[in-house]
Design a protein around this ligand. Structure first.
Ligand code: ATP
Ligand code: MG
Length: 392
């Protein structure tokens, strides 16, 4: 039986005058994401994207891709019917067979956007419900508490039947490209990939910056960051990853700054360098993975010191989340297993024993003034490696 995928989108239908532009962005994102996966034909109507998969056997992988595209709230397979009630009934009987068992409670819901269709929505429900009831004597109509909700949609170009319960949930959010660009400080840890996912879910395109301290951190640590960017790219398409050589800065900080200030001075350098890279690439904000109180460098006083190094909004979407909630998210988006691989991050190599938890800006700035900041930043920027990371 001919099947099609229905991908429903959510929030962009509320966007008034911007809706057509946002719908086009969503369509382009879908086309890009499926380009190398399967041959498909795609059209859009009534807050639904209809994806016809022309390559045999590729439907599941296409559904998986669609479920990762921001803007899409649900994805389901549906049977394609001719636009007459007899064909709809015949296909419903056959298509829903696998969903019905002994004692299954069901109801039918119909939507009709083609007002020329000779049956109203309540009439369609009665026709299809009656016919299923006749065909499967062991199932029971229950409109209040159904196990299976049979959906019938009569559109301009065809009609569709599916069981609501077979829907898979999409990401929701807004399509990438509807919300400018931001630059993610991506470490190899658990938090920053989740932070990047959360902001890109709001439609923001993402570049990533990683600070790398060779030889204190190994090439395997770099591979890990590339791998994390590849997982994020499943949701965002390509990510430009900038790897910044950070060893010289860390060594100078270690040699010249008081040990308890090391972490914050280092964080401020990261922010400044990320800000320069962001401006060059027309990013409007930085994204980091901090959460209040998680570690010494994430007290409110410490966050003030870190963020005041730059003149650009710093988005910290995990700020009010507990570690457990962040870990749950990391599992959901698929970054957790990679994040916990045991390769050293550049920060852990230079972590002081007693970091200050209640720092004052002036004290940290005084420590910082022992370094030739501008020269160090220029040198780091000159050594940046850009990697284009594709969905893994
Ligand atoms: P994560 O799990 O993201 O590593 P964390 O809990 O280890 O976070 P910190 O080490 O305090 O936190 O870092 C705070 C934030 O600074 C990170 O979430 C990340 O955005 C950024 N950051 C830290 N180290 C790096 C790095 N080596 N490269 C890029 N960004 C970094
Ligand atoms: Mg970390």
């Amino acid at each position: 039986m001919k099947e099609i995928i229905l991908a429903k989108y959510g929030e962009i239908i509320l966007k008034g005058g911007n809706r057509p532009r946002f719908e086009n962005i969503l369509l382009n994102n879908i086309r890009n994401s499926l380009k190398n996966v399967a041959k498909t034909s795609i059209r859009l109507a009534q807050a639904t994207v209809y994806v016809d998969v022309e390559d045999e056997g590729k439907t599941d992988i296409v559904m998986d891709r669609l479920a990762k595209i921001f803007g899409i709230v649900s994805v389901t397979r549906a049977a394609v019917c001719e636009k007459n009630i007899e064909d709809i009934k015949a296909r419903a009987k056959e298509y829903l067979k696998k969903d019905f068992g002994s004692g299954t409670k069901f109801k039918v819901e119909a939507k009709r956007s083609d007002k020329q269709f000779p049956y109203t929505s309540p009439q369609i429900c009665a026709e299809v419900g009656g016919c299923l009831d006749d065909e499967y004597p062991e199932i029971i109509v229950d409109v209040h508490n159904p196990d299976v909700t049979v959906k019938v949609e009569v559109r301009d170009f065809a009609a569709y039947v599916y069981a609501e319960e077979n829907k898979i949930q999409g990401q929701g959010g807004m399509p990438i490209g509807t919300g400018s660009k931001a630059t993610l400080l991506l470490s190899g840890g658990i938090d920053s990939p989740v932070a990047g996912h959360m902001i890109s879910k709001r439609g923001v395109e993402i570049d990533a910056v990683n600070f790398f301290s060779f030889p204190f951190t190994s090439d395997r640590a770099k591979e890990k960051v590339i791998e994390l960017a590849g997982i994020l790219a499943r949701y965002t398409s390509k990510i430009n990853l900038y790897i910044v050589p950070f060893t010289e800065i860390q060594l100078q900080i270690r040699d010249k700054c008081p040990e308890e200030h090391m972490t914050l001075v280092m964080r401020r350098f990261m922010m400044r360098i990320a800000e320069r890279i962001a401006r060059r690439n027309k990013s409007l904000a930085l994204i980091t993975g901090e959460s209040v109180g998680q570690v010494a460098s994430q007290t409110l006083a410490a966050l003030d010191v870190t963020n005041s190094a730059v003149d650009m909004p710093v988005l910290q979407p995990l700020i009010g989340m507990d570690k457990i909630e962040i870990i749950d998210r990391a599992h959901e988006i698929g970054t957790y297993e990679t994040s916990i691989l045991p390769y050293e991050d550049c920060c852990t190599v230079f972590t002081p024993k007693h970091p200050t938890t209640n720092p004052r800006r002036e004290n940290i700035e005084k420590s910082e003034s022992r370094l030739d900041g501008e020269t160090l930043i220029e040198a780091a920027l000159a050594g940046v490696e850009k990697i284009e990371v594709y969905p893994s």
